[in-house]
Design a protein. Structure first.
Length: 466
């Protein structure tokens, strides 16, 4: 789990275009408003994509809430009192360094310019950095301005009048909802410190240079957990969460050698952070953050207590102490996680002289768990049996019927969208009451009585849930 040099590990897919093409062709992700030319850095999840992302969220919720006794859920509002963002430091500090080309007026994030990769936070704040490194516009080679800070929050107005008093912000993170609700949640759930609050929800950031498909978007979802601990236990709790979050990605299929930890340098830390470590993944475009784990200290609760005048202290009845908890945060998102699972599961194999494309998605994440296929779609009896099997399966899992090609092509289509099992009904099924169950990864086939199909699929799926 130590830092890895980029050249030491190859990405699962050499070109990002491979995944982008598959995602659109098979209905995972579409450009938003495509008929009008699209809108930069906003994407729509298609029929398969929404299932994959929902499954990622369910898997995260299961690990963070369902399987634990010390974490509860919350769904806070996207719009919050504007003072929340002043107190949190976002109004003053939530910004990226922006440079502008003097000739075509394109704007770029400084740290994403060719020649500026890997700059320290101190360098990024240096007003002479553009001249010092001789940086030029990557589009037309024009001169670039000195960097200035660009706040990433979207502003809007609440109510009918657009004036300063009506300004509100689209939240850039879900975390603040957990902090301002700390007392409500603790009182209602009767949880004792240490305990956590988990949220999944939309956030918005007016990114300067979004891109790399769904890796960086302006509208996205987060999966964040805030764990409240005694101050003296924060450092050990932080270290304990690192392997837990790493293991979650491996549990659901990410290749461990394509993960690494990267600790933030002192000058890189956010204003609230005492320590921060990213879990990074080897994407086709380099090592990038997949999830962050942060020791936020008592900055958040102390700041909101001071600004609001409301006590956010915790009283420990066992020791009769009053104290403001420290917070250990795990911050990831279903968009970036689903993207990673797609990339890491992609396989190209040669089978009988042909290329077989497979998404070897973990069965718990696969959009469809099983496809029911007729060997002969013109035989009404076969189709009717398929429909009965499908209806039975659909009461418990996502299943799909497909008869739009020959059986070999149907198998390949299901392989490419990650369906773990296919159930094929043939002529013999009408005589012996059995069907063929095919496994995506091994391509092995097993004959099973019709009445045992659902149980067999559920058992196979259940065995992958550990």
């Amino acid at each position: 789990m130590t830092a890895t040099r980029p050249e030491d590990v190859a990405p699962a897919v050499a070109s990002l275009d491979t995944i982008v093409s598959l995602a659109k062709r098979r209905g995972f992700v579409f450009p938003s408003s495509e008929i009008y030319g699209g809108i930069n850095a906003v994407w729509d999840y298609g029929p398969l994509g929404v299932e994959l992302k929902n499954n990622v969220k369910r898997a995260w919720w299961r690990a963070m809430v369902q399987e634990r006794d010390d974490i509860v859920g919350l769904d806070a509002g996207i719009l919050m009192h504007p003072q929340v963002w002043v107190t949190s430091g976002h109004v003053a500090s939530f910004s990226d360094p922006l440079v502008e080309c003097a000739t075509d007026h394109r704007r770029f994030r400084l740290d994403e310019l060719p020649g500026a990769e890997g700059l320290s936070a101190t360098d990024l704040r240096d007003p002479t950095i553009v001249d010092r490194l001789g940086l030029r516009c990557p589009v037309d080679g024009g001169p670039l301005s000195a960097p200035r800070r660009f706040n990433l929050m979207f502003r809007t107005f609440m109510g009918p009048v657009e004036e300063d008093a009506a300004i509100v912000y689209l939240r850039p993170e879900t975390a603040q909802g957990s902090y301002v609700n700390f007392r409500n949640v603790q009182t209602a759930s009767r949880k004792k410190v240490p305990f956590g609050i988990a949220q999944v929800g939309k956030s918005f950031r007016n990114e300067i240079s979004p891109g790399n498909f769904v890796f960086r978007m302006r509208e996205f979802e987060q999966m964040e957990m805030q764990y409240f601990v005694r101050p003296e236990e924060a450092a050990a709790t932080f270290e304990a969460w690192l392997p837990k979050r790493w293991d979650w990605y491996v549990r659901y299929g990410v290749t461990a050698s394509r993960l690494r930890f990267r600790e933030h340098a002192p000058d890189e830390l956010a204003h609230y952070a005492r320590k921060a470590v990213d879990i990074e993944y080897r994407f086709p475009f380099g090592w990038k953050e997949l999830e962050g784990i942060h020791n936020r200290g008592d900055f958040d609760l102390s700041s909101h207590q001071k600004a609001s005048g409301q006590s956010l202290e915790y009283f420990d009845p066992a020791t009769e102490e009053h104290f403001i908890p420290f917070i250990v945060e795990t911050a990831g998102g279903p968009d970036r996680a689903a993207f990673t699972f797609l990339i890491d599961s992609y396989r190209e194999e040669e089978v009988r002289g042909e290329t077989r494309v497979v998404l070897a998605l973990h069965p718990q994440l696969a959009p469809y768990k099983v496809a029911v296929l007729p060997l002969l779609k013109k035989r009404p009896e076969i189709v009717e049996l398929c429909r009965r099997i499908l209806a039975d399966l659909k009461t418990d899992i996502m299943a799909v019927y497909d008869d739009t090609a020959a059986i070999g092509k149907l198998y390949r289509r299901q392989d490419e969208i990650g369906t773990p099992w296919c159930v094929t009904v043939d002529v013999d099924s009408l005589e012996d009451g059995a069907v063929t169950v095919r496994d995506r990864d091994s391509m092995t086939q097993e004959r099973i009585p019709v009445e045992g199909v659902k149980r067999a699929i559920l058992d196979r799926l259940g065995s992958t849930a550990a």
